[in-house]
Design a protein around this ligand. Structure first.
Ligand SMILES: [Zn+2]
Ligand SMILES: [Zn+2]
Ligand SMILES: [Zn+2]
Ligand SMILES: [Zn+2]
Length: 299
């Protein structure tokens, strides 16, 4: 009991000195200071990169704290006092952090929950208010945002067509279907039932064999996506290929869905057969429908 009391006293005793020094440093080093009414919160911001620090927290022999990634980047020297960093862990600050409760980083997007310091990151990774990534597949696009912002972005920056309605009849024409590597990724957005859906059509290689795949993604959370179904049909020359599926949330990458073959998969030879012609051009007509399931029995 006595020992515990002593240890606690020590921590309190040493805090003010440490606090003062660190706050002084923050003033000089930090450029993007966040507004906060909690001194501890500020203390937990890395003085170099200004993000919240999570264990292991490091400090130089003079007590300057640093987050793990900045510690790796600066290698040997403390970025503040330039002396050798060593490998001192700042356990006291790690312990103090345990007692903190902080709001989710996506508060401005609508999440009003409060989390224990060390549970915050895990929540934020799965927070349903976190911004969505741009669903366009053809290039690496780093744009993120809310769904309406992404719809505008798709229209303005990727020239994606936006259609109203739950049925569609699309024709994909590709002049040189043998160049899978240079395949174009087609994306069309459908607006129905108050939601937006992305229809993807792309070419890919499975092993050495060339395929096409078409699937639907839902611009929202998986729990909402499950309330819908869709069908795709492709045909020609008396033949028909149909697919019925459940749209996947855009939280899942298009690549994950494609590699999981969760869509209408068409081997290239069959695609050429269905498109008629001489094999020099691919002309596929995709007929589709999206509907809302009346009763959801899926889990
Ligand atoms: Zn840092
Ligand atoms: Zn230092
Ligand atoms: Zn959240
Ligand atoms: Zn984009």
């Amino acid at each position: 009991m006595d020992q515990q009391g002593g240890a606690f006293y020590d921590v309190i005793e040493s805090r003010p000195k440490y606090l003062k020094c660190d706050v002084e440093m923050e003033k000089t080093v930090k450029t993007n200071k966040r507004a906060s009414n909690n001194g501890l919160y500020e203390l937990l911001e890395c003085p170099v990169c200004a993000t919240l620090m999570y264990p292991p927290l490091h400090q130089c022999p003079n007590g300057h704290t640093l987050c793990s990634s900045c510690k790796t980047r600066v290698q040997r020297c403390c970025p503040i006092c330039r002396i050798e960093m060593g490998s001192i862990r700042c356990l006291a600050l790690e312990k103090v952090a345990e007692s903190l409760e902080l709001p989710c980083i996506h508060r401005s997007l609508g999440c009003h929950d409060i989390f224990p310091y060390y549970g915050k990151l895990k929540h934020e990774k799965n927070c349903r208010f976190r911004p969505y990534k741009c669903p366009y597949a053809g290039s690496v696009c780093l744009v993120t945002g809310k769904i309406p912002e992404l719809v505008t972005h798709l229209k303005d920056n990727h020239n994606v067509d936006l259609h109203d309605g739950s049925t569609f009849n699309h024709r994909y024409v590709k002049s040189n279907p043998h160049e899978v590597e240079n395949a174009t990724w087609m994306l069309t957005v459908f607006n129905c039932y108050g939601w937006q859906f992305c229809l993807h059509f792309e070419a890919f290689n499975m092993g050495m064999a060339p395929f096409y795949i078409s699937f639907l993604r839902f611009m929202g959370e998986e729990t909402e996506a499950k309330k819908f179904s869709y069908s795709l049909e492709i045909g020609g020359g008396g033949r028909k290929l149909t697919w019925q599926g459940v749209p996947r949330s855009i939280r899942d990458s298009h690549r994950k869905i494609r590699d999981g073959l969760d869509g209408l998969v068409i081997p290239r030879n069959l695609g050429l057969l269905l498109s008629g012609g001489n094999g020099q051009e691919l002309k596929l007509r995709v007929i589709g429908r999206i509907w809302k399931e009346k009763q959801v029995i899926r889990n």
